[in-house]
Ligand binder design. Structure first.
Ligand SMILES: [Zn+2]
Length: 200
C-alpha cells in the first residue's frame, strides 16, 4: 500500500515537543498520526526505537473514562518516550478496536447489562477486534524504521508487525494497575484476547 505524508509539524505537549505527522493511505480509506521524538531510525545507534501503537479511544483519551485503561496507557507511553528523548507513538484512528465510536457506545450499553467487551462486539455483529496494522507498518518503514522495541501487551500487534516485515527486537510491557472499574475489562483482555498482563 502506498502511503502519503499529508503534513509534518511540531507539537509541544506536557511530555515534551514531538514532531507530529499525518499519513494517509493512497486510497484515502485509512489515516493515522505519528508523534516522533528524536531521530528514531533503524540506522541510528539505537537501532530498534521504542514504538507504541495506540488506537484512538475518544472516551478514554479525551474524557479520562474509567471504563478502560486507554487514557492512562497513552499518557504512560508519551511520558516514557518524552523521558527517553526518543521514540514513536503511532496514533491509529481506529476507535473502539476498529468498530467506530457509535458502535462502541452501543457495545458499552450491552456491557451495562452484563456482557463483556468481546461478547458485546459479537452481539453487534463484529469480531472482537477489527483493527488492522497495515498502514502502521508502512508508516514505520517510511520513517526509516524496520526494527522496533514494541511497547505493548497485545500479541496481535506483534503478529501484525512481523507479518508486515517489521522486526520486533524486544517487548516493552505497558501495564497500568487495574482499578475496581477496569478489572473486569482487563481480565477479558487477558482471557479472551491473550493480552500479556501480570496484574490481573
Ligand atoms: Zn479505551
Amino acid at each position: 500500500m502506498k502511503t502519503t505524508k499529508v503534513a509534518e509539524t511540531s507539537l509541544p505537549t506536557a511530555f515534551g515537543t514531538f514532531r507530529i505527522f499525518g499519513f494517509e493511505s493512497e486510497d484515502k480509506t485509512d489515516s493515522l498520526l505519528a508523534l516522533v521524538m528524536g531521530t528514531p531510525t533503524t540506522c541510528a545507534e539505537d537501532d530498534a526505537p521504542l514504538v507504541r501503537i495506540h488506537s484512538q479511544c475518544l472516551t478514554g483519551d479525551v474524557f479520562g473514562s474509567g471504563r478502560c485503561d486507554c487514557g492512562d496507557q497513552l499518557d504512560f507511553a508519551l511520558k516514557t518516550i518524552g523521558e527517553r528523548g526518543s521514540g514513536i507513538l503511532i496514533y491509529q484512528l481506529q476507535e473502539g478496536r476498529g468498530i467506530g465510536l457509535m458502535n462502541k457506545l452501543q457495545a458499552y450499553e450491552l456491557q451495562d447489562s452484563g456482557h463483556d467487551t468481546v461478547e458485546a462486539n459479537h452481539h453487534l455483529g463484529f469480531e472482537a477486534d477489527h483493527r488492522n496494522y497495515t498502514l502502521c507498518a508502512e508508516v514505520l518503514r517510511q520513517l526509516g524504521v524496520s526494527r522496533v522495541r514494541l511497547m505493548s501487551n497485545n500479541p496481535r500487534k506483534f503478529e501484525a508487525l512481523l507479518a508486515a516485515g517489521i522486526q520486533v527486537a524486544e517487548r516493552v510491557p505497558i501495564e497500568i494497575a487495574p482499578s475496581e472499574r477496569t478489572e473486569n475489562y482487563l481480565k477479558t483482555k487477558k482471557a479472551k484476547l491473550g493480552h500479556m498482563l501480570e496484574m490481573v
